[in-house]
Design a protein around this ligand. Structure first.
Ligand SMILES: [Mn+2]
Length: 289
């Protein structure tokens, strides 16, 4: 069984709640409970925590830097990886690290599965929560305050970014993405997720050498994934996501997967925790004989 490098980010500094920092630890324990014959994956865990001192923004800046060091190294070594947030602001670290590690950052594509657009800046965000801003930073369209938390100088080309599953957003972030001409597939436009995801990968494969997938668990319908920070009704069924991810299992261009925004306090009977595990196994797991 190949080793999958896994980074746990024990932080929820970018969100409104205080509990989404526990996802990685809980998931680690869940995998550790598996019997050897159930194992489809060999996860090599690395855990990082924010510093104790400094302002929230200084802590996030340091944390994103640490995340990016891991993903840069794995990208340089062509090792596929898994990042478990934390709130979704960890995406600034994860994908800037990949961009830093690629010889041609212009050939990196990102698929963003999320109920929200996450394309605010401090100037437009009604809440000021940084988990609603990572895409502006990744596109190089951040304001100075947000840019200070982004660990790198390479950005995603707008034509290499595809948002899927959006159903809750503010006009200002939509304007930012429209101006950049980023492709958005709204939840209401999705009939079969597998088709949408494969189409996105095929499109990105034409121009990109490496493709990443970032999953915000609120992409899934709250009925199937209640344990999230900011639930939005009308999401994709968990079953559809698992089916779609199984179809692209170990796709040669995939460099990494990120899962974010798990909130155990809102979970019901560990439904969302188990779903995270199913997502990882569908995407990276080897088929059991
Ligand atoms: Mn998000």
């Amino acid at each position: 069984m190949a080793i999958l490098q896994t980074l746990g980010v024990a932080s929820c500094l970018g969100g409104p709640m205080r509990l989404c920092g526990y996802a990685a630890e809980m998931l680690h324990d869940e995998f550790a409970r598996q019997k050897p014959e159930q194992k489809r994956l060999d996860l090599q865990w690395h855990m990082i925590h924010p510093e104790d001192h400094g302002s929230k923004e200084e802590k996030l800046s340091g944390l994103n830097k640490s995340i990016s060091r891991f993903t840069q190294q794995w990208t340089e070594q062509s090792q596929p990886f898994l990042v478990i947030g934390g709130d979704h602001s960890c995406a600034m670290g994860t994908w800037s690290g990949v961009l830093n590690g690629l010889q041609q950052p212009g050939k990196f594509g990102l698929i963003w599965l999320d109920a929200h657009m996450d394309a605010h800046t401090f100037a437009t965000s009604p809440s000021g929560n940084i988990h609603g801003m990572p895409l502006s930073a990744l596109l190089g369209r951040a304001d100075t305050r947000l840019a200070a938390m982004y660990p790198g100088s390479a950005f995603i080309k707008p034509e290499n970014l595809i948002l899927i599953g959006v159903r809750s957003y503010e006009d200002e972030e939509y304007d930012l993405l429209k101006q950049a001409a980023v492709e958005i597939v709204f939840a209401s436009q999705i009939n079969k997720l597998a088709q949408v995801l494969i189409k996105a990968i095929d499109k990105l494969s034409l121009s990109c050498r490496a493709i990443g997938i970032s999953i915000d668990l609120d992409f899934i319908d709250p009925e199937d994934a209640p344990g999230v920070e900011t639930p939005a009704p009308g999401g994709i069924k968990a079953e559809q996501l698992i089916e779609a991810l199984s179809l692209i299992n170990r796709h040669p261009k995939i460099c990494g997967l990120e899962i974010s925004e798990f909130n155990p306090e809102k979970d019901s009977k560990n439904k969302t925790l188990y779903l995270m595990k199913d997502i990882i196994e569908a995407f990276y797991g080897e088929t059991l004989q």
